[in-house]
Design a protein around this ligand. Structure first.
Ligand code: EPU
Length: 307
């Protein structure tokens, strides 16, 4: 492991002694939807019960870390990450809590598994979340949404583990949600969440879900390598429309291009790099600011080489 961090030795010892799933020098491009990112020193994929002591140790040893959900919104550096990536990929599970009219999902479960489960068993409430990629944990942290709905609208409660290894339970009303934001601290893992659903006619749920998917496919480049919307919509405006009207569709830096289908999506058309991506962000921001006097704020998360 090419690391200058002496504290990684006790961490490796702990991981081996507990048989926790990890790997070294893992290429992060495999874990980001835009397929960009160099190696992470250490890539750990704990199970739920392994998280509290692991988080506590990483914190004690003061090792830089990054918590990774589905990688649908994350831009890694071409040089990778000099620290530990904590992946949610082994934090999986989905249960129907019939008594509480809820679906209980583990944080690393795909948001779309919930949508498809609800569609299959005639449970209404999450149809408009159809087609949003990523993990349930990441979706809650970033308060993902579509069509005037956000995941916070259907959240009942959640369980999380913080960086001190403490487990807490929060109800929806204890969390401050706003547009594409939650008051959940950055340095914790959402291990479980309950999403409210209501039994409904199966065909109606299915049709609503299909309709959301159709609308997404019509307006967004869903099959291309992107990180979804790059910028948040500024109050009273649509970032996609501003970028489009500023004449930026098709603008590119290296292998990263502004989508012709939806201008708030940047596509990796080949060997795009994180520096191409960041230079394109700067160019678009500059152009939109010059044209409309509006500053665009990033929706995607940019992870630097060190934290
Ligand atoms: N528009 C253009 N040109 C474009 C793109 C959009 O003129 O290139 C116009 C559209 O015609 C429309 C308006 O801008 O009048 C809004 O576009 P759209 O309906 O596509 O919605 P959006 O505000 O761009 C938001 C979310 C999406 C979500 C859709 C679903 C944000 C930043 N984006 O997009 O979420 O899927 O609504 O309705 O809030 C994401 O968060 O990553 C994301 C993709």
């Amino acid at each position: 492991m090419p690391s200058n961090h002496k504290n990684k030795r006790p961490l490796l010892h702990f991981l081996d002694s507990q048989s926790i799933d990890y790997d070294t020098d893992v290429l992060l491009s495999k874990y980001s939807y835009v397929r960009i990112g160099g190696p992470a020193d250490l890539f750990i994929s704990p199970k739920i019960h392994e998280l509290p002591p692991l988080m506590m140790l990483i914190n004690q040893l003061e090792i830089p870390y990054h918590i990774l959900g589905g990688g649908t919104n994350t831009l890694f550096d071409d040089e990778g990450f000099r620290g530990v990536v904590i992946s949610l990929k082994n934090i999986k599970g989905l249960y129907h809590d019939i008594e509480n009219n809820a679906l209980e999902a583990c944080g690393g479960e795909g948001l779309q598994r919930i949508v498809f489960y609800a569609e299959r068993y005639g449970l209404g409430g999450v149809e408009r979340l159809a087609g949003i990629p990523g993990s349930i944990g990441g979706a809650i942290k970033g308060n993902a949404g579509a069509f005037d709905m956000a995941i916070s609208d259907v959240l009942q409660d959640l369980e999380l583990v913080d960086i001190q290894g403490q487990v807490s339970y929060l109800k929806r009303q204890d969390i401050l949600f706003s547009y594409r934001q939650s008051g959940i601290p950055k340095d914790c893992v959402i291990t479980k969440a309950r999403i409210m659903v209501t039994p409904q006619d199966k065909d109606i749920v299915k049709e609503k879900t299909r309709q959301s998917l159709r609308q997404k496919r019509l307006s967004q480049p869903v099959s291309q390598r992107s990180l979804g919307c790059v910028f948040k919509n500024p109050q009273g405006h649509f970032a996609g429309r501003l970028i489009d009207e500023a004449g930026c569709k098709g603008m590119s830096v290296g292998g990263i291009v502004v989508s012709h289908k939806h201008a708030n999506f940047f596509i990796n058309v080949g060997n795009g790099t994180s520096s191409d991506y960041k230079r394109l962000i700067d160019k678009i921001r500059e152009r939109v600011f010059k044209t409309f006097g509006i500053s665009l704020e990033l929706e995607i998360e940019v992870v630097s080489l060190t934290t």
